[in-house]
Write a protein that binds this ligand. Structure first.
Ligand SMILES: [Zn+2]
Length: 314
């Protein structure tokens, strides 16, 4: 063998060795590539979708899985939802088990998708504990807490899409100012309700954050989730309380059956107390376009107007 052939062979094996080593090393730190339609952001509820649309405007396509008036506690992903999630570049959800039946799906997708939970940005001390293991998921009813979730979302989206950072953070600043204004407007409006009537009774326990943020007593027939049906005892306890405190109105919810509320009204009637349905509260989902509650700000304003009109003194 000629000397030049030997040098060629040595240099070939040397380069091949380096290449193998590079492949082995790169495999050690290999992470699955984030896949999906680069412009598609998929959100779970209409309330989350509204915040995300305000952050990214028309720079991205924002798809919301659950429509207006849909109950997130009971929601199961349809085949079209699984396809949309698979196609998404980013998935955004509430967290704290609001989307009870979808949480497993998000955990399984964690390696291949960028997933943002609003609740990750919220101060732990502001969250309401239900028991040792779980927290109340209806966080959007405290505008300040909700703002923390939107900020988390804006920060994460700026990291995922660094070129849009300035745009997203600029839009966040406008939302921040709107939500701080909303907080003051609600505080002012609720002052029209006399002290003894500052009680909000609804179908399911969605309004504890609202009560805490605005100093209002909040009661419900059903628990925090709509999964379990209310019992007769829950209805009769509430009837006794309404009669004792002469409460004028109770409220139905757009995303929950009004069956239990009707049972409470009948119960009060049998004890000689007339209590009326004060109106519909938007709780876990926004309303349709006609309702005026098709945005977060619209929903909060509509709820407060309904509450004040039904409970203020005449
Ligand atoms: Zn709920």
């Amino acid at each position: 063998m000629k000397k030049s052939d030997l040098t060629y062979k040595r240099s070939f094996f040397y380069s091949f060795g380096i290449l193998c080593l590079a492949v082995i090393l790169s495999n050690c730190v290999w992470k699955p590539e984030k896949v999906g339609n680069e412009k598609l952001i998929v959100c779970t509820t209409t309330i989350i979708g509204d915040a995300v649309k305000l952050l990214v405007k028309d720079k991205f396509e924002v798809l919301t899985l659950m429509g207006a008036g849909v109950d997130p506690h009971m929601y199961e992903a349809k085949p079209s939802d699984v396809r949309a999630l698979g196609n998404a570049r980013v998935i955004i959800y509430n967290g704290l088990h609001l989307e009870g039946k979808m949480t497993d799906l998000f955990e399984r997708m964690n390696d291949e998708k960028d997933i943002i939970a609003f609740s990750n940005g919220m101060e732990a001390k502001r969250l309401i504990k239900l028991n040792a293991h779980s927290k109340d998921p209806h966080v959007w009813f405290d505008p300040i807490l909700w703002l923390q979730g939107i900020k988390e979302c804006a920060t994460q989206l700026s990291i995922i899409f660094p070129r849009e950072k300035e745009f997203i953070l600029g839009n966040y600043a406008k939302i921040e100012s709107d939500l701080l204004n909303l907080h003051s407007t609600i505080t002012e409006s609720l002052n029209e309700i006399p002290k003894e009537q500052r009680v909000m009774i609804t179908s399911h326990d969605a309004f504890h954050y609202f009560g805490k943020a605005f100093n209002l007593e909040v009661l419900a027939i059903q628990g925090v989730s709509t999964v379990s049906e209310p019992g007769l005892k829950d209805v009769s306890n509430l009837v006794n309380l309404i009669v004792k405190r002469k409460i004028k109105a109770i409220f139905v919810e757009s995303s929950v059956s009004s069956k239990s509320i009707t049972a409470v009204i009948e119960g009060c009637k049998s004890k000689g107390q007339v209590v009326k349905i004060g109106g519909t509260m938007y709780s876990d989902a926004l309303g349709d376009k006609k309702s005026g509650a098709d945005t977060y700000l619209g929903m909060m304003e509509r709820n407060v107007k309904t509450l004040v009109n039904a409970l203020k003194s005449r």
